[in-house]
Design a protein around this ligand. Structure first.
Ligand code: PFF
Length: 460
């Protein structure tokens, strides 16, 4: 079973296939759109000075993210197995070094590490759904909301409860598999999410001059506010937000129908992801400025600022509950893809049922997540290089592991596996094909290396 047929015959996936290319687009968009867009993008944009940071991020999306997304889908659809086995199989086929399979392993590790803290933040959102419904934010001042937030993060018991609940929710969907679980979840949740976000931007527009201040902050580049570290964070976030560099998109690609266009679907996913992040920024910054709050408040940004606005707007309870529910849904469809590579591998190599595999993967993530839970309270002063356990995990995964994984995927796809022509695989116009290939072989790898080097100070 492992390894599949080695001949020219097309691989098929033992895990099933998406029922149409649209379901693939929805699922991959569900993976891409998550806390990264709504929680992380605004807060790192706020911390890194706004417009110039956003510009670098957008450049990374187009020049690095898009070509690597196409490469990941292509490799996944070719291998039709978990990323670990896909990399092993494709390396064998290309007569390349078997060590390429470690790329799959690094991805599985990154997925566990990311989900371990992702789930804690998703837990914040879960807890905020309940708080919103109970009316806790009605007419609350900024100080009241900060108090509510620090009471939550300061309590290991509360964080543990919501973290555990979110892991259970993720396991429940993953256990049901590609058709039963993942597909049903994304079919309804993605469009709902988009609609609710539009409503919020509509509200932000009513803040008048603050709306323009927010838009200026987001889109007018001021390069004096961009640092070298900011460039690394922007690039890392391009990988994080598109779910690239760890096999999540590769494993979803392995369930993709053979006749769907990789170029068109990738453009749709990247476009939707970028639009959602920018919409989130457009909704959040006007509210931040309208209430005299600080854009650089850190990971608590949306949790400390948005409720103030919800508390003042008519129908605030309704909008607040919807917003945080939206955030939970977005996080849920991403979390599923974070452990799917590991679950697919456990099923393939250890003959486990999906249920058992999900339980094991969930347990491990839950355990690692305790580190993040305590880093906000009991262990908040345990730091290394000035970073708490949560900060370290986030930095290591988003800014190092994902770009490194992406770099290796670009090299493997552009130079090793599809060293010759791969036009047929991409089935697209010749100029698009050549642009993609040029970006993948030269620009994306070089850009990742240059950003890494400048970050460690080699290039100043
Ligand atoms: N793309 C997700 C987000 O923006 O929230 C996070 C993520 C999911 C990262 C899956 C990596 C991944 F493989």
């Amino acid at each position: 079973m492992v390894g599949g047929s080695m001949g020219a015959a097309k691989q098929t996936s033992i895990h099933g296939q998406w029922s149409s290319k649209w379901v693939f687009v929805l699922a991959a968009t569900g993976s891409a759109v998550g806390l990264g867009n709504i929680w992380k993008f605004p807060y790192i944009t706020g911390e890194n000075g706004g417009g110039a940071f956003v510009l670098v991020y957008l450049l990374c999306i187009v020049a690095i993210g898009l070509p690597i997304m196409m490469a990941e889908i292509m490799l996944g659809r070719h291998g039709r197995q978990s990323p670990i086995n896909t990399m092993r199989l494709l390396a064998e086929k290309a007569k390349a070094h078997p060590a390429w399979q470690y790329l799959g392993w690094m991805g599985v590790l990154a997925g566990f590490l990311i989900l371990s803290y992702y789930s804690v933040i998703a837990g914040w959102a879960l807890s905020y759904v309940m708080k919103s419904i109970s009316g806790a934010f009605v007419a609350a001042s900024a100080a009241d909301v900060e108090d509510i937030f620090s009471q939550l993060t300061g309590s290991p018991v509360k964080l543990l409860f919501w973290h555990s609940l979110f892991i259970l929710m993720t396991m429940a969907v993953v256990a049901r598999g590609v058709r039963g679980g993942l597909e049903k979840a994304v079919r309804f949740l993605m469009p709902a999410l988009f609609a609710i976000l539009l409503v919020l931007v509509g509200y932000a527009m009513t803040t008048g001059e603050y709306f323009f201040q927010g838009i200026t902050f987001l889109f007018a580049p001021d390069f004096s506010r961009l640092t070298g570290a900011g460039v690394l964070i922007a690039m890392g976030h391009a990988f994080f937000t598109l779910s690239l560099g760890m096999g999540a998109i590769m494993v979803y690609g392995s369930y993709m129908p053979q006749n769907a266009s990789i170029t068109a679907t990738s453009l749709a996913i990247v476009g939707a992801d970028t639009v959602v992040a920018l919409l989130a920024g457009m909704a959040i910054f006007p509210i931040v400025f309208a209430n005299g709050l600080a854009p650089g408040a850190g990971p608590g940004l949306i949790f400390q600022t948005l409720p103030v606005a919800f508390g003042q707007m008519p129908g605030g309870i309704f909008f607040a509950s919807l917003f945080f529910l939206l955030l939970v849904f977005a996080a849920w469809t991403s979390a599923i893809s974070l452990i799917e590579p590991a679950v697919a591998w456990l099923v393939e190599n250890h003959g486990m049922s999906r249920l058992r595999a999900s339980v094991w993967a969930g347990l491990v993530t839950w355990l690692v997540g305790l580190g993040t839970v305590f880093s906000f309270n009991l262990a908040s002063d345990w730091t290394l290089f000035g970073k708490t356990f949560f900060d370290l995990l986030d930095f290591l995964t988003a800014n190092i592991m994902l770009p490194l994984g992406g770099l290796l995927i670009a090299v493997f796809c552009g130079w090793v596996f599809f060293a010759g022509e791969s036009v047929a695989e991409l089935a697209t116009r010749p100029w698009l094909y050549s642009s993609w290939r040029f970006l993948l072989r030269y620009i994306s790898p070089a850009a990742v290396v240059v950003v890494f080097l400048q970050a460690i100070g080699v290039l100043g």
